[in-house]
Design a protein around this ligand. Structure first.
Ligand code: HEM
Length: 426
């Protein structure tokens, strides 16, 4: 199915709805970079307030921001079902997500209960609005591997948010829930592996073959992998409380599933039919290489307790998974989604014939995207090295800031071109 064939103009939400999410996200990437430069000790311990602020600037401010924005036009394409009341949902999820993330970051940095309280209220409201609308849309959807995967991912998002709210009550000193360690580990696992990981996998089944012109994923893999990983995540969360002896086995199965996905994706990318250079391909390759490196970092921790208990181990995993894998995929996807939506809405609004409007390739300068990829790659390589060579942290943060700014400028240029050629945002 081509995107164009799958998205009819009547079903598509106005361009301004997803665009506001896409143009806000790079500003949180910039915030993350500023946090690193301003407090280089951020990368000294996973528990420092700065590290938690950084984690959520990236996971909520950048990743969730783009992923919610992308689901709006994607649901009609892959599921054949629009979001109900899309305009209201966009307002009541984008504004609270933006302000709520800013408040939560302020809460981590200042330990101010009022900031935590504001963060909890806004994030709970914003996510509840979006999840409810997505649930209605997904309930009406035509089932397929991507739809099933999105259902699991959104379920993981709901669990992550609930656990995040509980953990914030704890941080703010308002409540001390039982089994805190297990709740924290489940929050991180459902957030990173469930919401982020399963959503990327489910969407990859659709977009890798379509945008990179590769053969499809093997049907056995696309049919089962996400469901099996979801089940393993439930077991992973329950294991510390009920069957700790099985943890090792469950985690090994989770890592194996992730490895199968990344190796399969790399193999498909090597078999693509169009051999022209494409920067989004490099983002996918970097992402898969980072995911495989995560497993290489995780594996020795199973045999050497000193490595597992070291300060570097969780930081390295975090940088590789969040920065190297998730931010790379999402950044690369933005370079497909934004030009596509700009082109699609221009064509539909102006009833234009092909040729009279810019092509997808002309929407963002190829050089601009290539430079941004280089900055992103170097910033990530330096961040990885900085987990044991702290003197590199500031340089890494500065490059990340430049990368975020250039991403923003690149996306703005597509929006500008759309507007200049007579496109209407509403
Ligand atoms: C949806 C995406 C989210 C993801 C991927 C995510 C991820 C994470 C991760 C990985 C950690 C652990 C850091 C570490 O172990 O070093 C963490 C901790 C935490 N998260 Fe989130 N999070 C998300 C959403 C939220 C939300 C919405 C809230 C609050 C409303 C929240 C509140 C917290 C708190 C308070 C902690 C620290 C707990 C403590 O140590 O006191 N998170 N999160």
């Amino acid at each position: 199915m081509s995107l164009q064939a799958g998205l009819s103009f009547e079903q598509a939400p106005p361009f301004s709805l997803p665009l506001r999410f896409f143009l806000t996200a790079p500003l949180f990437l910039l915030t993350a970079a500023i946090l690193i430069v301003w407090a280089p000790e951020t990368l000294a311990s996973r528990w420092s307030p700065q590290a938690l602020a950084l984690t959520h600037a990236l996971t909520l401010g950048f990743l969730a921001m783009v992923m919610l924005g992308a689901l709006m036009p994607m649901l009609p394409v892959v599921a054949g079902a629009t979001l109900p009341a899309a305009r209201l949902v966009a307002w009541f999820s984008h504004v609270p997500l933006t302000l709520g993330t800013a408040a939560l970051i302020t809460g981590f940095l200042t330990a101010e209960p009022a900031a935590y309280g504001t963060g909890i209220a806004l994030l709970a409201g914003g996510f509840a609005t979006f999840i409810l609308a997505a649930a209605i849309s997904l309930a009406r959807a035509v089932s397929g591997v991507t739809v099933v995967g999105i259902r699991f991912a959104v379920t993981c998002l709901g669990i992550t948010i609930l656990l995040g709210l509980v953990l914030t009550l704890l941080r703010a000193g308002w409540w001390a829930p039982p089994a805190i360690e297990a709740a924290l580990s489940a929050h991180a696992a459902f957030g990173l592996l469930g919401w982020v990981g399963l959503l990327i996998m489910s969407v990859a089944y659709q977009v890798v073959p379509m945008f990179q012109i590769t053969p499809p994923y093997p049907p056995q893999l696309s049919r089962w992998l996400v469901a099996v990983l979801f089940l393993l995540l439930l077991l992973h969360a329950a294991a510390p409380l009920f069957f700790p002896a099985a943890s090792y086995l469950i985690d090994t199965a989770l890592a194996s599933g992730i490895l199968v996905f990344s190796l399969t994706t790399l193999r498909l990318l090597s078999q693509r039919r169009r051999k022209l250079p494409d920067v989004t391909l490099d983002f996918w390759r970097l992402a898969m290489a980072s995911l495989i490196t995560c497993i290489l970092v995780w594996l020795p921790a199973q045999f050497f307790p000193a490595w597992a208990a070291s300060n570097i181990y969780p930081l390295l995993l975090g940088v590789l998974f969040i920065g190297g894998f998730a931010v790379s995929v999402v950044n690369g996807m933005l370079y497909k989604i934004v030009p596509f939506l700009a082109w699609f809405h221009l064509q539909a609004q102006l009833q234009a014939r092909a040729g009279s409007i810019p092509t997808m390739k002309e929407m963002i300068s190829g050089r601009g995207m290539r430079w941004q990829f280089r900055l992103h790659l170097t910033a990530n390589a330096l961040l990885v090295t900085a987990t044991w060579r702290p003197e590199l942290v500031i340089l890494a943060g500065l490059l990340l800031a430049l990368s975020a700014l250039l991403l923003w400028v690149n996306l703005l240029s597509a929006a500008h071109l759309f507007f200049n050629r007579g496109g209407r945002f509403f």
